[in-house]
Each structure stands twice: as C-alpha cells, then as structure tokens.
Ligand binder design. Structure first.
Ligand code: TYD
Length: 136
C-alpha cells in the first residue's frame, strides 16, 4: 500500500442546533474493524509524536479538539495533512512512516486502530523502514 491509499475521509455529521453529532462505524465509514482506541492530549507546544511505522496496523486519526498536522512518508514521497475538525479524519494504511506536529493548545488526537497494542508491529528505525520498503 502507498501514500495514495491514505486519505482524508469525511464522516457523517448530524447538524443540530443543540450541537453536532458525528459517528464512525468500523468497516463502514473506515476500511477496518476497530479493535482499539487511544488518544493524545495535554501535548506541550512544539512536541512531536509518532516517528514510526506499523507492519500491519490500519489506523484512523481524528482531531477531536484543536488542530495538528500528520506527515506521512511511504519511503518515496511525503505528504502533510492538517487535521482541525472532528467531522473528518485521516486513514493510514500499514507500512507508512508518520509523525505528528504543530499541535495547538488543547488539541486532542483520537486514533482508532485495527488491532490491540503490539510492540512487535512497530518499525521504530527509519533506516529499517526504508530497507523494508525497498524489499517490497
Ligand atoms: P507510541 O505509539 O510510541 O506513541 P506515539 O507514536 O504517539 O508518540 O506509544 C508511547 C508509549 O505508550 C509506548 O511505551 C507504548 C505505549 N502504548 C500502549 O501501551 N498502548 C497503546 O495502545 C499505545 C498507542 C501506546
């Protein structure tokens, strides 16, 4: 899978004077079943997160509050996405190097993942990632 497979996905938005509502169904709005949810919050200004890839994990990232950028790198090209609304998110396919930066104050980054936490699925060295993408 390549960078072209990673894209922004608009979520349903039920607009209501009482407040808007969006929802995400695994296998329906995003192309995988959800096994895990985690979130980043209280991120200090100037912090970077991520800087790794996953061998087989699919993920979907939503800015639940505030804004931040996600930079994706498939080993050949890079693309920066800004997330700043909770009615869309970014789908990340496996074997995609990523880092997150430009966190606004109060930003909350929610990540939906296709599997439980498994350190063995991480590629934490960029040079290992590049050699693995060259083998593929
Ligand atoms: P990591 O994925 O490296 O953070 P990020 O990519 O957002 O910078 O995870 C940081 C630490 O949290 C690491 O020690 C593993 C742990 N962790 C879990 O225990 N469970 C999880 O679901 C996640 C995402 C991380």
């Amino acid at each position: 899978m390549a960078l072209i497979d990673c894209k922004l996905i608009d979520l349903p938005k039920i607009a209501d004077a009482r407040g808007n509502l969006s929802f995400i169904e695994g296998g329906n709005h995003i192309p995988f079943d959800i096994k895990r949810v985690y979130y980043l919050y209280d991120v200090p200004g100037g912090s970077d997160r991520g800087s790794h890839a996953h061998k087989s994990l699919h993920q979907f990232i939503v800015a639940m509050s505030g804004s931040f950028d996600v930079v994706l790198d498939d080993g050949t090209e890079k693309k920066r996405f800004q997330l700043n609304r909770s009615y869309y998110g970014l789908y990340l396919c496996p074997m995609m190097w990523r880092y997150l930066d430009n966190f606004s104050s109060g930003a909350v980054c929610m990540v939906l993942a296709s599997a439980h936490y498994d350190e063995g699925d991480y590629i934490r060295s960029y040079s290992d990632f590049i050699s693995m993408t060259n083998q593929a």
